[in-house]
Design a protein around this ligand. Structure first.
Ligand code: NBP
Length: 479
């Protein structure tokens, strides 16, 4: 009973997390993997870590000091359930089972319910940052009970990324909250990547710039308000040259994007929660469209001709930067709306400012931008949308003309900008004095007697469309 923390599952993520834990003062780390060879490899490669290697699950459990705390880093799904069961059988009340994999938060809620009666804490933890983050400091989003966090919090804080002197970890809420927040993080990541992709396409197709020149533009942007990990790696990718052909790397990659499902989960859940996350949805759909080669070829053949790209003026790149920034504000506003809606539905005491803070370091969407979001929610946690926060309201207003020019230019040039244009439509929908939703209500009442409310007085009304077209007040009818 010498280890204060254990890791089960020693593929790339588990190994790196175990090494990260072992490198921090005060931690002794027990390690276990189903296939023992993996454990032996890790221990042999990293004698400096002082791992306590376990050959069996019983040895592993026996090596943990109480309350026993074990982080599972195995393939999400059946593997996770198998390991949870093995640990739950052996653990005692007060011990803590952590799932650090990419579980669906609904599974995490169900698992917590299943384990809770045994007195063992089950904690779903979202971890972002990939292999690199796991080793050097990820952004960590733990759910689970407040009691478990007393033990787990300091351990996670010791390995998390640090942003502005604060570890990128906070107890985001109970049961599945951690995996839910990680899911939304990934959804926002999809939107951000898509917007950056559109900016690149515009700079290339309309701006006439080669990839290395666009890399310079992105590197420049990375010195200002757009500074982020994704902008930084984009510049590096655009600079990359394929050694086999001498062509830009971006030109030899097949333009069909894959996905592993977290973006889809975000959109599915947002639909259930009734939260408009168009920016995230368009990003998921854009990947899906890219991966339809037969349809793309068919329409390319039947399209008469492609429009001639508009002429780019001197301020074009600046316009694109402004459109990108404004669209980003929309995507993050939508993501935080989903966070709030999830918290309300599942009963989590979410602090949006703390979530913005733990996304400032370690994770894929880390960005200077998140400082501003954290400030906005700290200043006023009750704003109805990020777009109303003074800093962002001003940024969007200042970039608005450029944003409109860019969406119009893209349309006239035949450059697809589902992210930019849906973000602008979302903004215009919120900003409009009147929406055509009034007409839609009329249509719904016409064919389905779905009723409507009036602008000028309280109550619920229906027009006798198939009769004499007079209006009846149905406020008190059991309709
Ligand atoms: P994998 O997702 O490839 O899973 C491999 C590990 O799962 C191995 O240790 C394997 O043991 C173990 N395993 C499987 Br598969 N079935 C098992 C079972 N029935 N019982 C016990 N162990 C089982 O590993 P990874 O890529 O390191 O990812 C680990 C987790 O982290 C996943 O949930 C993944 O989605 C998540 N992840 C997160 C990020 C991120 O950025 N946060 C990145 C990548 C992955 P074996 O050696 O005996 O086969």
């Amino acid at each position: 009973e010498t280890a204060n923390i254990g890791v089960v599952g020693l593929a790339v993520m588990g190994s790196n997390l175990a090494r990260n834990l072992a490198s921090r003062e005060g931690n002794t780390v027990a390690v276990y993997n189903r296939t023992h060879a993996r454990t032996e490899e890790l221990v042999a490669a990293h004698p400096e870590a002082g791992f306590v290697a376990a050959g069996t699950i019983d040895d592993f459990v026996a090596s943990l000091a109480r309350p026993r705390t074990a982080i599972i880093m195995v393939k999400a799904g059946a593997g996770t359930d198998a390991v949870i069961d093995q640990l739950a059988e052996r653990f005692e009340p007060g011990d803590i089972i952590v799932d650090g994999g990419n579980a669906n938060f609904q599974d995490t809620i169900a698992r917590e319910k299943r384990i809770a009666p045994t007195g063992v804490h089950f904690v779903g933890v979202g971890i972002s940052g990939g292999e690199e983050g796991a080793l050097n400091g990820p952004s960590i989003m733990p759910g689970g009970s407040a009691e478990s966090y007393e033990t787990l919090g300091p351990i996670l804080a010791s390995i998390a990324a640090v942003a502005k002197g604060e570890p990128c970890v906070t107890h985001v809420g109970t049961d599945g909250a951690g995996h839910f927040i990680k899911m939304i993080h990934n959804g926002i990541e999809y939107a951000d990547m898509q917007l950056i992709g559109e900016a690149y396409d515009l700079l290339r197709t309309v701006g006439g710039l080669e990839p290395h020149a666009i890399a310079d533009v992105f590197a420049e942007w990375n010195k200002g308000s757009l500074e982020s990990y994704l902008i930084e790696i984009t510049a590096e990718i655009l600079r990359q040259v394929d050694s086999a052909t001498g062509k830009p790397f971006v030109d030899i990659v097949l333009d069909q994007a894959g996905s592993k499902g977290t973006g889809v989960w975000t959109v599915q859940n947002a639909l259930d929660l009734g939260v408009p996350v168009g920016g995230i949805a368009e990003a998921v759909f854009a990947r899906a469209v890219s991966a339809k080669p037969a349809q793309r070829a068919a329409v390319r053949r039947s399209a008469a001709s492609r429009p001639q790209p508009q002429k780019a003026d001197a301020g074009f790149a600046d316009d694109v930067a402004k459109a990108l920034y404004a669209s980003k504000v929309v995507a993050y506003a939508q993501g935080f709306d989903a966070v709030l809606a999830g918290a309300e539905k599942y009963g989590w005491d979410i602090h949006k400012d703390r979530i913005a803070k733990i996304w400032r370091g370690g994770c894929i969407i880390r960005a200077r931008f998140l400082d501003r979001i954290a400030e906005a929610y700290t200043d006023n946690p009750d704003i109805t949308t990020l777009l109303e926060a003074p800093y962002f309201a001003q940024a969007v207003t200042q970039g608005e003309d450029a944003w409109r020019r860019i969406v119009a230019t893209a349309a006239l040039s035949g450059v697809p900008v589902p992210g930019f244009s849906s973000a602008l439509s979302y903004y215009d929908s919120l900003a409009a004095e009147r929406l055509p939703a009034a007409l839609v209500q009329g249509q719904r009442d016409f064919f389905g007697a779905h009723t409507y409310r009036r602008t000028d007085r309280e109550g619920t009304f229906h027009t006798l469309w198939s009769g004499d077209r007079t209006e009846v007040d149905v406020t008190h009818s059991t309709h």
